[in-house]
Design a binder for this molecule. Structure first.
Ligand code: PRT
Ligand code: ZN
Length: 283
């Protein structure tokens, strides 16, 4: 049995649960419960405050966990990282009042900065050779300048709309973050085997999300050009169509180059292009 700690309720919760389900693991989740057991994998899930997850994993109360890098690194436990997960992306940024003049970070010398991330901020300021007065507060950081508590703030940003609606302007990125899978350093062999199984499934899910299955028809004389556009996993599958002189090609394309490749396929003479999502991708 392996114990996984995830956030009980907040910005990490839905995607953490979704990832576990996509790994083929079933469990009953009631929002009132503090833990639950999977029905088809030796996994127990603990639901915690995100700030408690790194410490619980470091101490071995939980074996593995899912948490934001911002919290993990702030708590000085980045060595627990096993794998980045690609969701809950955000950044820790410095922001000043909209009307304040700002040239570069040296503008903040001797100023007071409100934040919930004093360690990450201190490390950033030290690396820039800037001394400032850090005020650690646990929430509502963005209102600090307007109530006269601080000259600037250092807070988590994703869309940027919270800063704008509080009359603030983002001026520096201090740290970029996403969700990560973390693990205790001293897992016994059985738990380590379960962790490797989970990682294998997570990788198959992530690969599939980045890829699309493409099926198209093409005249035979266009196949060699189309093959070059569609490397696929090894090489595309080519199947003759009932209509003479035509074939069907099957392949996998990466999401990042997707529209570009589709355009080129059309130009090369491809017709009836079907694009299908992939559920899992192995090897
Ligand atoms: O109760 P618990 O302690 O478990 O949760 P929490 O309130 O401390 O954390 P939560 O659920 O807000 O965030 C969990 C994690 O999600 C964070 O540690 C980040 O890793 C990640 N994350 C991603 C974010 C955001 N995006 C985000 N936008 N965390 C916080 N915010 C907040 C930010 O603090 C600010 O108030 O959203 C506001 C800014 O959002 P925009 O879109 O207006 O820029
Ligand atoms: Zn928290």
């Amino acid at each position: 049995m392996i114990r996984l700690a995830i956030q009980k309720s907040g910005r990490l919760s839905d995607d953490s649960l979704k990832l576990i389900r996509e790994c083929g693991i079933s469990f009953i989740s009631a929002s009132s419960k503090l833990k639950t057991e999977a029905t088809n994998f030796p996994l127990e899930i603990l639901f915690l405050r995100d700030d408690d997850i790194p410490g619980y994993v470091a101490d071995g109360v939980a074996d593995i966990g899912i948490v934001g890098q911002n919290v993990l690194v702030e708590e000085g436990l980045q060595e627990l990282t096993v794998k980045t997960l690609g969701f809950s992306k955000c950044r820790l940024s410095l922001a000043v009042s909209k009307g304040d003049t700002y040239q570069d970070v040296t503008t903040l010398k001797g100023k007071s900065i409100a934040t919930s991330y004093p360690n990450l901020l201190q490390e950033f300021l030290t690396s820039k050779g800037v001394q400032a007065d850090i005020h650690t507060i646990s929430g509502s950081v963005e209102i600090a300048p307007s109530i006269g508590l601080a000259d600037a703030v250092c807070d988590i940003v994703s869309s940027g709309s919270t800063l704008i609606s509080n009359g603030l302007r983002e001026v520096e990125t201090v740290f970029k973050s996403e969700a990560v899978l973390i693990a205790n350093k001293n897992l016994d062999p059985e738990k380590n085997r379960l962790l490797q199984q989970l990682l294998f499934r997570m990788e198959a899910v992530q690969k599939a999300q980045k890829s699309k299955y493409v099926v198209l028809n093409a005249p035979n004389d266009a196949i060699s050009e189309i093959k070059n556009l569609l490397p696929g996993i090894k090489s595309p599958t080519v199947i003759p169509l009932a209509e003479e002189g035509w074939s069907s090609l099957h392949s996998v394309v990466n999401e990042d180059d997707f529209w570009d490749i589709i355009q080129k396929l059309k130009e090369a003479g491809a017709e009836g292009i079907l694009v299908v999502p992939i559920e899992k991708m192995i090897g």
